[in-house]
Ligand binder design. Structure first.
Ligand code: V3L
Length: 85
């Protein structure tokens, strides 16, 4: 986002940055004070819970990952599953 923050979801041993569009959508919901935000990942609806800071595939509680808002320049695994090395 413009103030240097991005949204991340948890991987096995590090954090993945959300793709830019999704990160912007989550940030917009966050700034409006919304409790959650629905996003689309590869055709599946996921709900990002902005209070618990988790994302979960809709109706599949086992598919749950932590999420965080952090600076864009932190170490990360990559963006939306695309590794950066
Ligand atoms: N954006 C992109 N892909 C996602 C997202 C998202 N917000 N959420 C889940 N997936 P689950 P390591 C991740 C993918 O939670 O080696 C990473 O992006 C998810 O991809 O059970 O463990 C990597 O591509 C997974 O493939 O619904 O760090 C991959 O895991 C699939 O949806 C491996 O990362 C099911 O996730």
């Amino acid at each position: 986002t413009e103030d240097g923050y991005q949204w991340y979801y948890e991987g096995r041993n590090g954090w993945w940055q959300y793709d830019d569009r999704t990160s912007q959508d989550i940030e917009e919901a966050f700034k409006k004070g919304e409790k959650s935000c629905s996003i689309l990942v590869a055709g599946y609806v996921y709900v990002v819970d902005l209070e618990q800071l988790v994302q979960q595939r809709q109706n599949e509680p086992t598919r749950c990952r932590r999420v965080k808002r952090d600076l864009a320049n932190i170490p990360k695994k990559g963006v939306a599953g695309l590794r950066i090395e």
